[in-house]
Design a protein. Sequence first.
Length: 374
Amino acid sequence: MSRTLIFGGAFDPPHCEHVAICRAAMKELGADKLALVPTYKPPHKDGGFLSFEERRSLVCKAFADFDFVIDDLERERGEDNCSYKVLPILKERYGDIVYLIGGDSVAHFESWKKPEEVVRICSIAVAAREGYGDVACGIKALQNKYGGDFTLIRYEGKDISSSLLKARLLLGEDVSELPSDVLKEIRNRGLFEEYGPWIEKLKEYQSEELFEHSKSVVKRAVQLNSKHNLGQDFVGVFTAALLHDNAKQRPSTDGLPVPENSLNTPVLHQFLGAEKAKRDFGVTDEQVLSAIRYHTTAKADMSTLEKLIYTADSVSDDREYEPIPRLREIAVNDFEEGFLAVLAYTYGKLTARGGGIYPLTREAYDFYINKVRE
Ligand SMILES: [Fe+2]
Ligand SMILES: [Fe+2]
């Protein structure tokens, strides 16, 4: 009897790991058909870079070696595409189905809508993923709570995320984790080139080393956002991280409003950075500007985006000196712990150095570490 593997996702863009886990899962589950189900966001909500049609066309390139169908169910339905609603329809269409999810989804499965119904609809196959803990243990816990038929696929996927690949494409980097035909299509269609003008401008404002740092912060921020499911808008994360140091090497205030007590100090560039991101790059999103404005000092009661940029800036890959690799590891394992570790380390370093601590940093320390609340 024919068995169909169901694999959904944004495919923004589809990458080699998507292909590899489908291949492994089909083999292990004895599935002879593959139905790919791209997620759909109505155009007015699509803050990303690729339209449904573009993602669909890249999926065709990525899976060209498979006997597959692309199911447009989510586009047909429009907005409300929870698994417990979509899977019964797919079951009707394909008969015996197995629903393939990534190991990262096991950690969030309980936050899905009606997980107890999802497990009753069909078997679920889980592809483990590097860096996401003990998936077998996670599956056991789900099974104990909800029942259901889970299979752990023996293939362990590399920790590749579409959002990180997307960030690298937007930064103009080479990306070897994409099937070559996907990359060719991206280049032919001129996709992911939106930030070219900003990048050229930023390069004029930064030394090569500082530009490399900016790129590292983008990649770390995007990675932490997706790894920890922080839910921050991709464009906001990308913009704040890319521009956080845009004023670092151009300290002239040009009459822009910055706090008096930041003049001639290392923290000036954060305030000026927010003002110049507005003036020179046209950034208007207040949350993004605020993340730039406090990326060096931190402050009390920060937003998730502010914490994310602050943390990513401190643990970006271009910083190899002690104790940064250890702090990076903490942040990759636990976002809040990582943020606190960075704040504690920075505060300790500034105290040891003498010469005063900027008031906002002291307030951040009191708020988060000393837990002094007004
Ligand atoms: Fe900075
Ligand atoms: Fe920085």
